[in-house]
Ligand binder design. Structure first.
Ligand SMILES: [Mg+2]
Ligand SMILES: [Zn+2]
Length: 194
């Protein structure tokens, strides 16, 4: 049977968005994120980070720095009985007038990272969820046929304003990651009963 994933944006969703963190000591994990990820794990869903990390292409930090951050993040969550099943990142960025998406297929809102995850883990994207704080995250979820949840942490408040202006609607708006996960668990229960 195909699996269901909860795709997660990183900065502004799991941890504070501080710009371009280059080492783990700059990462401030929201305290409720540990419980939120644990709930995803315990529900038998995949917890998969999908993160745009153009700081690599911009020369702010290296791929090695990023992998180190992710390794440490994973360690902290594991100490609390939670884990990420995978972490996908887009290291690309283009400065051309054509926009940033012309050089790769993996920068959100493009669906590349989810398509790769779907192959790697046998995921049913249409039954899956995406949680994030930016309009790119909501569009990414829509592009892969998943349900999108906007969190109001990070850039969430300004994303909410943008979404209202463009008429793009997330499936749900949550105050934070834990509320978003709680909504997913209720939604899955409803689907089961149908
Ligand atoms: Mg974000
Ligand atoms: Zn990319």
């Amino acid at each position: 049977m195909k699996k269901i994933a909860v795709f997660l944006d990183r900065d502004g969703t799991i941890n504070e968005d501080v710009g371009y963190p280059s080492s783990f000591d700059q990462i401030k994990i929201f305290p409720y994120s540990l419980e939120a990820i644990k709930k995803i794990n315990e529900a038998g869903l995949l917890a998969i980070i999908v993160t745009n990390q153009s700081g690599i292409a911009r020369g702010f930090f290296t791929e090695k720095d990023l992998l180190k951050i992710h390794e440490k993040m994973q360690e902290v969550f594991m100490q609390h009985g939670a884990h990420f099943d995978a972490i996908y990142y887009c290291p690309h960025y283009s400065f051309t007038s054509l926009g940033s998406s012309n050089i790769c297929k993996c920068r959100k809102p493009l669906p590349g990272m989810a398509q790769k995850a779907a192959k790697d883990f046998n995921i049913d994207l249409k039954k899956s969820y995406m949680i994030g704080d930016k309009i790119e995250d909501i569009l990414f979820g829509i592009n892969i046929g998943a349900k999108s949840i906007l969190v109001l942490t990070g850039f969430g408040e300004s994303a909410l304003f943008q979404l209202k202006e463009t008429g793009i609607r997330p499936s749900y708006i949550a105050n934070n990651l834990l509320e978003a996960v709680n909504w997913i668990l209720i939604d899955l229960n409803k689907i089961k009963k149908e």
